[in-house]
Design a protein around this ligand. Structure first.
Ligand SMILES: NC(=O)c1ccc[n+]([C@@H]2O[C@H](COP(=O)([O-])OP(=O)(O)OC[C@H]3O[C@@H](n4cnc5c(N)ncnc54)[C@H](O)[C@@H]3O)[C@@H](O)[C@H]2O)c1
Length: 435
């Protein structure tokens, strides 16, 4: 019997873990992460991100490890480390650099191999990063030349976590490499786990660029809707109605206004604008879209102030107003709160005096260190304002009435995703508002 190929997935996060699980049906997989706690949780069958269930974790064959020596004899090392931004919004490629150093060091310990390992990057980054930043580090630390001692490839992750219709196996996997035989090898691996098939990009740089613009396009489209919302609000026009009318035209693209968060869309645009600036071009559209989306929570804070005038006998006191915010994750049905605008919204409201409580059954609120949040007392009702900030199924399935039951008779429901917009709100005692 032929030995199975060894694949090391470096980084057991949102991207690396499900990929490892899928690959483990066909290959000998090492799930390597330098975070010991994460590894020991995974060994016990616990994924804090709640992407993989306990049963699925315990029934697979991945070797979870925090020892980097599993890299040494792996045929393929797949890198899925974070690519965030620094406080000045420049790309933080330190995770990619560290991973490249580790790989290079581990490769250097093997003096002779019967195969040429492939290092395959999945992290989102700017065009040129893989070949111009990561490869030289691997070469330096391994003492090997790319294309001679090891090969390189790139395959961006495009999964939309929390959305069962767009998961690992159902999204076309873009692959790129420096030569055809590497491409064939990568294609063979991904073809096993991805039903939608692979698409070969002409080069690594093109694949990097394509990934980053997918998220930029989404960011810009949402920012346009957000700007329209701000304008129509001043004109006293219902944005939802405007969009419904406009969408009857065949080529009107149906985007909605909203709070943009997460580790990808608010971050990736800065990767491209950074490299553009290095080449002497200062972005106009991409950065202005970012600016609008980044400040959208402030618009909601102002809207709450404006609407809550209905509740107060002026001059009233904001500290008499109890607000419940439902949902903290950056989008529906995920546990992830990275760059969540809802947390900024809570802070904005609290800073100007409102009493704000939060509830999100998918999120471990105590683990959010960026801001001290007040968790809802389970049985408390009669809130003056409820903000349905994230349309998790777990909230929506409770039904409109049960959300309304949390609000005092003359209170306000702010439905940020327009989930209940189409309901008849005319005869309600509460005030309903959605963007
Ligand atoms: N999460 C998504 O929905 C998504 C979707 C598409 C693309 N991406 C991209 O994929 C990449 C990974 O994102 P993620 O959400 O999985 O990140 P994550 O933070 O969930 O996971 C990264 C993991 O890598 C580990 N790690 C970091 N450096 C390491 C090193 N040198 N050695 C070993 N382990 C290391 C961390 O401990 C962590 O567990 C990013 O570039 C992101 O932009 C993510």
């Amino acid at each position: 019997m032929m030995n199975k190929k060894k694949i090391c997935v470096l980084g057991m996060g949102y991207v690396g873990l499900p990929l490892s699980v899928a690959l483990s049906n066909y290959y000998e997989v090492f799930g390597y992460d330098y975070n010991n706690e994460r590894i020991s949780q995974l060994q016990k069958g616990f994924d804090k991100n709640r992407i993989i269930t306990e049963d699925d974790l315990l029934s697979q064959s991945i070797n979870f490890t925090s020892k980097e020596d599993c890299i040494q004899n792996s045929n393929i090392v797949i890198v899925t480390v974070p690519t965030p931004v620094n406080s000045d919004n420049t790309p933080d490629v330190s995770y990619l650099e560290k991973a490249s150093r580790t790989i290079g060091q581990q490769f250097s310990y093997i003096k002779k191999r019967s195969f040429r390992p492939i290092v395959l990057f999945e992290s989102t980054t700017f065009p040129g990063c893989t070949e111009e930043i990561c490869v030289p580090i691997i070469e330096e630390f391994s003492n090997l030349k790319c294309g001679e001692g090891f090969d390189i490839g790139y395959s961006p992750e495009r999964t939309n976590f929390g959305d069962n219709n767009h998961n690992l196996e159902s999204i076309v996997k873009v692959i790129a490499a420096q030569n055809k035989s590497v491409l064939n090898e990568i294609a063979e691996v991904y073809s096993k786990i991805i039903k939608a098939g692979v698409y070969i990009a002409p080069s690594i740089k093109i694949a990097e660029a394509a990934k980053v613009i997918e998220n930029i396009q989404r960011d810009i489209n949402i920012s346009l809707m957000n700007e329209l919302l701000i304008i129509f609000d001043r004109l006293n026009i219902d944005t939802n109605q405007v969009l419904k009318v406009a969408e009857t035209k065949w080529n009107f693209v149906p985007f909605k206004p909203g709070l943009v968060g997460g580790h990808c869309i608010p971050v990736d645009p800065y990767y491209l604008t950074y490299i553009a600036e290095k080449k002497g071009y200062k972005s106009k559209i991409i950065l202005s879209g970012r600016q609008i989306n980044d400040q959208m929570y402030e618009f909601i804070v102002k809207k709450v102030e404006e609407l809550s005038e209905n509740l107060l006998d002026f001059p009233g006191n904001k500290s008499d107003i109890n607000i419940l915010v439902l949902g903290l994750a950056f989008k529906k049905n995920v546990t992830d709160t990275r760059n969540s605008q809802v947390i900024k919204l809570v802070r904005g409201l609290t800073d100007i005096g409102y009493k704000v409580e939060v509830e999100d059954p998918l999120v471990n609120v105590n683990e959010i260190y960026s801001y001290q949040l007040n968790i809802r007392n389970k049985d408390k009702v009669n809130y003056d304002i409820v903000i349905l900030a994230v349309d998790h199924d777990i909230f929506i399935n409770q039904g409109y009435e049960s959300i309304k039951n949390l609000i005092s008779d003359t209170g306000i429901l702010i439905d940020l995703n327009s989930t209940f917009y189409d309901y008849d709100h005319k005869n309600e005692s509460i005030l309903y508002w959605s963007p």
